[in-house]
Design a protein around this ligand. Sequence first.
Ligand SMILES: Cc1cc2nc3c(=O)[nH]c(=O)nc-3n(C[C@H](O)[C@H](O)[C@H](O)COP(=O)(O)O)c2cc1C
Length: 395
Amino acid sequence: MELKRIVLGVTGGVAAYKAAELARLMVKDGLDVQVVMTEAARHFVGAATFQAITGHPVFTDLWDERVDNGMAHIDLTRGADAILVAPASADFLARLAQGSASDLLSTLCLARDCPLLLAPAMNRQMWEAPATRRNAAQLEADGVTLLGPDCGEQACGEVGFGRMLEPDDLLDSLAARFQPKRLTGLKVLVTAGPTFEPIDAVRGISNTSSGKMGYAVARAALEAGAEVTLVTGPTCLTPPRDARTLRVTSAQDMLSKVEEAADHHDIFISVAAVADYYVLNRSEQKIKKDAHILTLELAPNPDILANISSRPKPPFCVGFAAESENVEEYAELKRRRKHLPLIVANDVTEAVGADEVQLVLLDEAGKHVLEKADKHIQARRLIAHIAQLYNTRYQ
Ligand SMILES: Cc1cc2nc3c(=O)[nH]c(=O)nc-3n(C[C@H](O)[C@H](O)[C@H](O)COP(=O)(O)O)c2cc1C
């Protein structure tokens, strides 16, 4: 099932400010988000923020007259694919566990006909209190999904369990629950980001790859039920929580990690923008400035994808071809040269660092255009295509 419409419940906790970022990420991911806040939540963050982010008025009051038939407690969840309450306060867990319908959000949860997910957020002692433990256990027994909480530093300065999961982790967990499990039982290896080729102790050559596409592909593979290893060059991004992440710097480092891992993986998706050259006359120490012209000697780096795809028993290999001209023609040549069942062509002048891209998939059957969309959406479409090709080939 594909997620389309979500009711985002926000209750009164300090983490309510993070719900605004969560709403923003959801909207960016293509979801239609209807926010319902408790009275207490409005002390922490303003309804106008959510209204501006989601484009929908925010509801709080059971007696709100803006809903035509006066039945907001039922109407708001009709047609919704899920309710996610983030943050969910200790008091809200208690109300839900009791089956209370004393405010709009708890009434919506009671009257729902869709899955309910809660992201608890509270002080660690509130979370560990016997009453909260009982309420959490009761809710799980009632079929409610609890996402987190996490362990870490809390707003009150204490450290322990009770911290709300970060917005991107919440969105991942939510999306994963609703994505078709096309890759269950399979292991997927993904490379992402740029590589960095040192010139001296502090300088180096890199490129403008942000890592966004590779991280999105890793996420989409996790959502599809795969076990994922992400080999990443230096990026500013947070890797998906459930991926095994190996951080590397140079192309040579990346090759070593990929070579070690490739035998144990069913699918290899090479998204990283690996530097074509490394610096041969690299200096261990920081090079001092003087009046001379400095010449860097560049030698070709190993081709990681070709190295893996030319093995006697390669995993199912997928390449990315970032080109600035003759995009599809060059990509198809690369696909044939490296014996790849699938290559993803994109125009480097549009794709690098951007959030939205158009992708062209080239395989034995020909060309499939994935019209411009956010990289997360494209990654899911790509994973669906890979799963289909993989299953046709091996099952
Ligand atoms: C400054 C402040 C911070 C609070 N932070 C939390 C919190 O992080 N988690 C929580 O469960 N309750 C927290 N509370 C208590 C809730 O706001 C309170 O239980 C409220 O009744 C919850 O209402 P609601 O569940 O309808 O939103 C806090 C209260 C105050 C005054």
